[in-house]
Design a protein around this ligand. Structure first.
Ligand SMILES: C[S@@+](CC[C@H](N)C(=O)[O-])C[C@H]1O[C@@H](n2cnc3c(N)ncnc32)[C@H](O)[C@@H]1O
Length: 218
């Protein structure tokens, strides 16, 4: 990760960790840039910093990510969970996976990142329908955001976060309709409290509400 991304967030004295992270972040960013247009899908460093911050702020130890690409955002989340924590990512295959693996190794994160290949909805639904995740990050095909959301909400703990990327993408990306429908869906969902900070292309950050007394008995 770049200095902007990690410097304020790394525990004091962990200088070599910082160097490892910078190298790994630079490695994955450069390798992804070399792939051409694909690189536009990667979150920018400031969003990585925000993800790390939000995950740390909520003391997240178990995270699920939908949309790995070459593993940059995965690293931002893995930094936050710390040793013994876990980031499950709906992973890529082929060259993208190879870049991710190399960067995760360089960052020392292979112990805490588990890529699972295949359609993300199936991956999520394979987990028990109970609150096992502290945080979920959605950054994949926009047309399926509502589907991912429905699979994820029951699996995120009360007080945990659901974060969705690119909520204010330019109209010309062709995703405007799907994003609009997802935004309306989230705002009508009584299980969460959402906000939409205009960071980069806008990210939805929704806190799952604590269980209400009348719901606990159901
Ligand atoms: C926007 S990129 C993710 C970028 C990544 N979060 C980052 O910042 O580096 C979207 C990713 O979602 C993956 N994807 C798209 N549809 C998917 C699906 N149905 N199941 C699993 N992954 C999917 C793509 O292969 C791609 O890796």
């Amino acid at each position: 990760m770049t200095r902007t991304l990690s410097a304020p967030l790394i525990e004091s004295g962990a200088v070599s960790r910082l160097e490892d992270l910078e190298l790994a972040g630079g490695l994955v960013a450069n390798s992804t840039f070399a792939l051409g247009n694909v690189a536009e899908m990667q979150i920018p460093a400031e969003e990585g910093a925000l993800l790390t911050f939000l995950a740390r702020f909520t003391s997240a130890r178990t995270i699920i990510e939908v949309g790995a690409l070459t593993g940059y955002s995965t690293m931002a989340l893995a930094e936050a969970v710390g040793p013994g924590g876990s980031v499950i990512t709906c992973g890529s295959t082929g060259k993208w996976a190879q870049i991710a693996r190399t960067a995760w190794q360089r960052a020392g994160f292979t112990d805490r990142i588990e890529p699972i290949f295949g359609p993300a909805t199936e991956t999520i639904r394979a987990f028990p329908e109970c609150p096992i995740f502290d945080l979920a990050f959605i950054d994949a095909d926009k047309a399926r955001y509502v589907e991912y959301w429905e699979a994820l909400v029951p699996r995120v703990r009360p007080g945990g976060l659901l974060i969705a990327d690119r909520m204010m993408s330019p109209q010309e990306t062709g995703n405007a309709r799907a994003i609009g429908e997802f935004d309306a869906y989230v705002h009508a969902d009584h299980r969460v409290e959402p906000v939409l900070p205009t960071v980069t292309d806008g990210i939805t950050v929704a806190r799952k509400k604590p269980i209400q007394p009348q719901e606990a008995g159901r």
